[in-house]
Design a protein around this ligand. Sequence first.
Ligand code: SAM
Length: 330
Amino acid sequence: MIDPFGRSITYLRVSVTDRCDFRCVYCMSEDMTFLPKAELLTLEEMDRLCSAFVRLGVRKLRLTGGEPLVRKNVMSLIRGLSRHLKSGALDELTLTTNGSQLAKYASELADCGVKRVNVSVDTLEPAKFTKITRWGKLDKVMDGIAAAKAAGLQVKINAVALKSVNDGEFDSMIEWCGREGHDLTFIEVMPMGEVGEGARLDQYLPLSVVRANLAKKWTLDEIDYRTGGPARYVRVRETGGRVGFITPLTHNFCESCNRVRLTCTGMLYMCLGQNDDADLRSPVRASEGDELLEAAIQEAIGRKPKGHDFIIDRRHTGAAVPRHMSVTGG
Ligand code: SAM
């Protein structure tokens, strides 16, 4: 699938549920209203959709959410999709998770051919972790990370950079990840969904500033390493570990965007930062064959926009798009 700007679309991210067992302050409001279960695609429909994308050229699937591992029977979806790894049609099947359920599922994930997981950890201080996630417990997540490592999964830690919240901890996170052998990626907070008056401006910390500060303590060597995602990596000479930067605000990476995002109700978003979408649930439900579905996917790819234009500053404190990150899964 080639979009109007000549970009090859090879990466599908799927939000398997909008529900989550955490309520991270920058991601959701505390009193989120979730979708009625009847509106969700069934796991069989999700498999059909993902498989259509794989047939059309997607090589990498990432399950996300909400929290993907809280969807009932999610392992049956993952096991089903793993057939595309076995057949060679798919290069990678992976997940972004908050880690709360990883202790339970890590070995089964490895058994399904999952090789890497991204785990979101914004702080290594237990009390602060609960403050950021509102409902999360750091020790449970650490148990999950340990289980993932024991199962042979590579773990990448995702940390959203939050001004005056975790910016004093980046050195210790680099040390910890270096010691444990985890890649670490910092992410700029994106203005998605309302999270409180003025909150985005308070939260936003440009990674250009973070990187300049890190360079005072660490030797950051540029490397070509890519995972198919938007992060740009350096190697920290002192720890040997990789640190990535996802910079949707300070350095937009849309020119190399290879991704589209499917929600748990079957809406396809061609850009994280734009509102245009395509309904893929109707074609899935309209017929047993996949011709309508494949045509709808191709039509949507033909509408993929050039990029997003996230801005957070004193004049732009509101949401760039009304939906929270939990709808499209980051
Ligand atoms: N529950 C899973 C998790 O915690 O990783 C998957 C879904 S979560 C929405 C995916 C990623 O998006 C997490 O790393 C989270 O920190 C990040 N995220 C959520 N809202 C964000 C925002 N407004 N800006 C930047 N990153 C955000």
